[in-house]
Design a protein around this ligand. Structure first.
Ligand SMILES: NC(=O)c1ccc[n+]([C@@H]2O[C@H](COP(=O)([O-])OP(=O)(O)OC[C@H]3O[C@@H](n4cnc5c(N)ncnc54)[C@H](OP(=O)(O)O)[C@@H]3O)[C@@H](O)[C@H]2O)c1
Length: 325
């Protein structure tokens, strides 16, 4: 396992971070038992994963707590989130602190390493800064939180409007953003400033549905071809991205997806979500693998560099075809 430092936090974590939400939710969606999911988290830890990302809304914090309680707390980092987007989301700082404290109980720990404001729409950002931030700063002083983070709502904000503002405010030590082979908007819009400000990054939507469900990828490419955004020749292929898979390139589409994002300057940790031990091992290998060949990267930039919103699906939803920026 390779390790990196998250921005300028000084927090050293594995480059592969276990996503305990997404569509898999540690296998809960596929009907795994709690003890099977606990085992998956332990296997990840044994393979060197030291960053675990959960959230109030995933309902996986108790699993993470059970799995990690026997290990030295100094040897892993927990990232969690308080939902800011939904109807029942907190309106003020004391609501957030109450949710944080509930989360600490579930996680069986005294502190979290990163507390994110989860899925903040651009229209809610100002309210977070005014009504919630002071309580977050206090939770930090009280030792319940080490670093503050914020995540965008990629399906509703695919051009990173909220995060472009947040990285300038110098209060968020870590940000979570969507970035993948067919949605590269962060390369121009976010990563240069993130590097300047030395902010830590956690990537989401790297594989999601589009690179794990071949039929969905084919459908998306066909639709993009109909809109004149990719070639008809590509749309006729059974595996439209087969050019990435060759002896000196990627082993599979998911391997390509994880290796493509991992080596982008500005990327610290790649979150991956899975419910199976086989995928867990594969993904850790991919995220620790070398960059894709330069020709393949250049081709991905050229073909897909102008697309926006591809692969940013709401949980358990079908395709959301994006727009050209
Ligand atoms: N802040 C936010 O709003 C937000 C939003 C989305 C995600 N996240 C975070 O990011 C994490 C990652 O989520 P994501 O949805 O972006 O996950 P992802 O890693 O991009 O994709 C996971 C999907 O791909 C499948 N998969 C994983 N490895 C595979 C492999 N080697 N071969 C074939 N299929 C594979 C998984 O199913 P299997 O179970 O079958 O492996 C799952 O359906 C989440 O767990 C969460 O922590 C945060």
């Amino acid at each position: 396992m390779n390790y990196t430092t998250l921005g300028d936090t000084g927090l050293k974590v594995s480059v592969a971070g276990l996503g305990c939400g997404g569509n898999s939710r540690l296998g809960m969606r596929a009907g795994k038992t709690e003890s099977e999911s606990v085992r998956l988290v332990k296997v990840a830890y044994d393979l060197g994963v030291t960053l675990f990302d959960t959230a109030e809304s995933y309902k996986t914090a108790p699993i993470v707590g059970k799995a990690l309680k026997e290990y030295d707390r100094q040897t892993f980092a927990i990232s969690t989130k308080c939902n800011i987007g939904g109807a029942n989301s907190p309106r003020n700082g004391s609501d957030v602190v109450k949710k944080l404290e509930d989360g600490l109980n579930e996680l069986q720990t005294d502190y979290v390493d990163i507390l994110h404001m989860h899925g903040v729409h651009p229209t809610r950002y100002e309210q977070v800064m005014q009504d919630i931030l002071p309580a977050l700063e206090k939770a930090k002083t009280d030792g319940k939180v080490k670093f503050l983070g914020i995540t965008e709502t990629s399906p509703n904000d695919p051009t990173h409007e909220m995060l472009m503002r947040a990285v300038d405010d110098q209060v968020w030590s870590v940000v979570m953003l969507g970035y993948n082979m067919m949605n590269q908007t962060a390369r121009e819009k976010l990563f240069p400033n993130i590097l300047n400000k030395k902010i830590g990054t956690l990537l989401m939507f790297v594989v999601r549905n589009i690179f794990s469900q071949p039929e969905y990828l084919r459908k998306t490419i066909k639709q993009l071809a109909n809109e004149g955004k990719v070639s008809d020749a590509m749309a006729k292929k059974d595996n439209p991205l087969d050019f990435l898979i060759h002896d000196s390139g990627a082993k599979s589409l998911t391997d390509a997806a994880y290796r493509f994002v991992r080596h982008e300057p500005g990327v610290d940790v790649v979150l991956f979500g899975t419910g199976t031990e086989e995928h867990l091992r594969e993904n850790i290998n991919s995220i620790n693998g070398g960059p894709l060949p330069a020709d393949d990267i250049e081709r991905l930039h050229r073909i897909f560099g102008g697309l926006v919103g591809i692969g940013f699906d709401l949980p358990d939803k079908g395709s959301s075809i994006g727009v050209i920026k």
